[in-house]
Write a protein that binds this ligand. Structure first.
Ligand code: ANZ
Ligand code: ZN
Length: 810
């Protein structure tokens, strides 16, 4: 009785069995080694897309494989549930963000279950629930206590359409990453996390993350952006103060011809006060504040500035240097002040040209001199000239000597600087975790007492899409009594950046229902031991922010005492999967080239969708969508199905060749899975199928059982069904991964046909891979061959390896 392959009946059946038997429930402890397999959790947009299918299929193969290899696997899922789309939907469709999010979660749960992913659903979390964010609020309070969370006025990227502050990373070429509006600059009081306090550790640790792609580590290092240099104090003429500058080129110190301050630098206004320049400096500061920050980071704009009315002095020569406020100096970097060396810095060069400031060469190329006047700045290292006792030294040596000299004279010091800025976490949005702070006229900034947590998001809210934070308009939320003096006070109405939730969700999974702390330190220590999450899988778009913030947060949680000190890095191994591409472009709604996974599941089944997305390319590479590939995956599964159906009434004997194929395939698939080479593992299964099919008889039960096991991480429903068809009553998902016999591989034999002068004289069983001489020696030992060679000598040998040897005699 043959059943046709019908994924629509097979798949739900096994999903229910897994669910009922709690096959993938994880618990701490036991003798098996733990394995924490994690995919980046989804934003509940309402539907899964092919990117999810791919990401989660990769993770699921790893989780299932490790389980069969005898690991105690944790494979959780949850929802990154705060964020702007819910609020935007609320504005557009008048649904409450909470309701919209819950509905989306429900429908995506159904979709993920239909994919047959081996999640421990009992650990599911959603970051928008107070049971989750209350702990984030607690961590915030602890960070505030330690000065790791603080408030400061700063210029922020403001998107006029989204009416929110954007992180620098959310600004792409001066535009909002979500809605593409031009981003403006606004001064605003903002909450920050002091990630810069961890800059050095975050940087150093990149050298120890051996399981991360080099590309991601490089991006993180560049983002942190360490530069080695010096701070030097330049005395101001007629004052006691000095201007503190940061330079990476102390070797050019003798070429300084002016000074530049950031327009916002407090000294700019202070120095000009009372001089005729005061008004100009103030106006310049206002104008610069409006300038596009992204643009300021490029070099592609006119270098402008104003004279402040005062001069400083080169601390080594006493030479007088006019002080300017300039638009290319950033307040947030270094000290916000620069010693300007126009001969060797292009920005200074352009500025000097604009304002008629002298340009003095102090670095010549090795073995040459510059043509004068310089056409542009010479920024390379070289040999010092016009630099007093340092003249003649190469740049690198001069840097060290000049810094040492300055240190000795007490004029400055060696320093490190980072491009990394503190993490601005304030969002003027409703759908986020409220920041647990109260403002009181008498007491100032007052943290909400721990016992009053969570500060819950009020649900009675109106969305107009206009005029800033909806929270600020809810009187019942805003008006509270001061926790200290009990007088009327106001709540903070900013919510936290949603990157905060995703910076620690992987820890919450360790004890998702724990209600005494963010997580149970024992449970989390168990899952995180030996380097953290064993395998993390997600998109390269998170290479910098999410991964850097998670690393930072993990360190903070250790330092605050929430997390076992054995863990300072969250992710031991990282796999960044490529994008899903169709018709040459990233599959995305905006490109209109989306293939809906639902369609695949309904038409071909989840196993086909999984198999295709794993077979089409290696995980790190982009996956080029093609319909034939899907058809091919489907056909393969159907053939396997038929082969097993046809074999179950009359298994064949377990022949030598069959054993060899089995061992070879188990070895290949095992090794490929260990290296996450899913596509070649599947190709090996396809070859194996062909070999079994071409036997000309039914394969043995052992071969088909191995097949079901090897296939099951990729196509788990099919794996279970075949396993049951083959008579097994347990679950293939819980079976022990097949072992291979290395020796069975080595003694592989072939049939060697021996001819004498083109006529077959013997058929010999011979080890595979014999060379010509060895094959000839073997042939010469055969009695029949010997007879035909008697009295003659071999003039020529024709050898077709593993097939035939022809001895030509005269
Ligand atoms: C003098 C000098 C001479 C410089 C020279 C460069 C070349 P990185 O490598 O990115 O760290 N600088 C310092 N603070 C600045 C600020 N707040 N805004 C804009 N520019 C600033 O760059 C360090 C160099 O950028 C510093 O070294 C300083 O200019 C400038 F031939 O000092 B340099
Ligand atoms: Zn008060």
């Amino acid at each position: 009785m043959k059943e046709p392959y019908d994924p629509q009946s097979v798949e739900p059946k096994w999903q229910k069995v897994w669910e009922d038997q709690k096959t993938f429930r994880a618990s701490e402890g036991g003798s098996k080694p733990k394995y924490y397999c994690l995919e980046m959790f989804p934003y509940p947009s309402g539907r899964i897309h092919m990117g999810h299918v791919r990401n989660y299929s990769i993770g699921d193969v790893i989780a299932r494989y490790k389980k069969m290899r005898g690991f105690n696997v944790l494979h959780p899922i949850g929802w990154d549930a705060f964020g702007m789309p819910a609020e935007n939907a609320a504005i557009e469709n008048k649904t409450h963000p909470a309701k919209w999010t819950d509905q989306n979660i429900s429908s995506m749960q159904v979709q993920l279950r239909k994919m047959g992913f081996s999640y421990d659903w009992e650990r599911e979390i959603a970051t928008c629930r107070p049971e989750y964010y209350r702990w984030e609020q607690l961590v915030f309070l602890k960070m505030y206590e330690r000065g790791l969370a603080y408030k400061k006025r700063s210029f922020v990227n403001w998107c006029p359409k989204c009416e929110t502050v954007l992180a620098n990373e959310q600004v792409e070429q001066g535009r909002c990453w979500r809605c593409d509006s031009t981003v403006e600059q606004r001064p605003l009081d903002q909450w920050f996390f002091k990630i810069t306090a961890y800059a050095q550790e975050l940087l150093d640790e990149t050298n120890h993350l051996k399981g991360w792609p080099e590309r991601v580590l490089t991006m993180q290092r560049e983002w942190i952006g360490e530069s080695e240099g010096a701070e030097v104090d330049f005395p101001i003429e007629g004052k006691k103060q000095a201007i503190k500058i940061f330079t990476t080129r102390p070797d050019t110190l003798y070429g300084t011809t002016f000074m530049s301050l950031a327009a916002e630098h407090p000294l700019a206004l202070e120095l000009s006060r009372g001089t005729p320049q005061e008004k100009a400096v103030r106006e310049f500061a206002e104008k610069t504040a409006k300038m596009d920050r992204a643009k300021r980071l490029t070099d592609d704009y006119e270098k402008e500035g104003v004279f402040t009315g005062v001069s400083a002095m080169n601390p080594l020569t006493g030479k007088k240097l006019p002080v300017y406020a300039a638009n290319f100096v950033l307040m947030e970097y270094g000290t916000g002040a620069v010693m300007a060396v126009p001969a060797h810095d292009q920005r200074d060069f352009e500025f000097a040209k604009n304002y008629g400031i002298p340009i003095e060469v102090v670095i010549d190329p090795v073995g040459a001199v510059h043509e004068r006047p310089l056409q542009k700045a010479f920024e390379d290292a070289g040999v010092l000239v016009n630099s007093q006792q340092f003249t003649g030294l190469p740049s690198e040596e001069a840097k060290k000597k000049i810094v040492a000299y300055i240190e000795k004279k007490g004029m400055g010091r060696k320093t490190l600087n980072y491009k990394l800025r503190d993490w601005g976490i304030s969002r003027q949005r409703y759908w986020g975790a409220p920041i647990p702070i109260v403002y009181c006229d008498a007491c100032g900034t007052v943290p909400v007492p721990e016992k009053d947590l969570p500060v819950k998001l009020p649900l009675d809210v109106e969305f107009t899409g206009k005029g800033g934070s909806p929270l600020a308009k809810i009187a019942s939320f805003v008006n509270v009594n001061c926790p200290k003096c009990a007088k009327p006070a106001r709540r903070e109405t900013d919510t936290m950046d949603t990157f905060v939730e995703s910076s620690w969700y992987f820890l919450r999974y360790g004890s998702p229902r724990f209600d005494k702390a963010p997580f149970d330190p024992k449970a989390v220590a168990y899952w995180m031991k030996d380097g953290g999450v064993d395998q993390y899988i997600g998109g390269i778009e998170h290479a910098v922010l999410h991964l850097l913030y998670s690393r930072f947060f993990t360190k903070v949680l250790v330092d605050l005492g929430f997390l076992d000190a054995g863990v300072r890095e969250p992710f031991k191994n990282l796999l960044t999967q490529g994008m899903v591409i169709k018709d040459g472009a990233k599959m995305s709604k905006s490109k209109g080239n989306v293939v809906d996974p639902n369609y695949l599941i309904e038409r071909y089944g989840a196993d086909t969708a999984r198999l295709f997305s794993l077979f089409a390319s290696p995980p790190e590479k982009d996956l080029d969508w093609n319909d034939q590939g899907v058809e091919g995956a489907y056909r393969f599964l159907k053939r396997v199905w038929t082969l097993v159906q046809e074999s179950i009434d009359s298994f064949g004997p377990d022949g030598e060749e069959e054993k060899r194929w089995r061992n070879r395939t188990v070895k290949k698939v095992t090794e490929d899975l260990d290296r996450f080479q899913f596509n070649t593992a599947i190709a090996a299964l396809m070859e194996y199928y062909n070999a079994l099919h071409d036997l000309g008889r039914s394969p043995s039960r052992a071969s088909l059982e191995s097949f079901a096991q090897l296939l099951s991480p990729f196509a788990p429903h099919m794996g279970e069904e075949l396993w049951r068809l083959l008579g097994r009553q347990d679950l293939v998902s819980l079976s022990r991964w097949p072992a291979f016999d290395e020796s069975a591989l080595k003694v592989e034999t072939i049939l060697l046909v021996v001819q004498v002068n083109g006529t077959v004289r013997a058929r010999l069983e011979a080890p595979a891979g014999l060379g010509q001489d060895a094959a000839r020696d073997l042939a010469l030992k055969d009695e029949n061959v010997k007879r035909f060679l008697e009295g003659k000598s071999v003039a020529k040998v024709i050898h077709v390896p593993n097939k035939l040897i022809n001895l030509v005699v005269s």
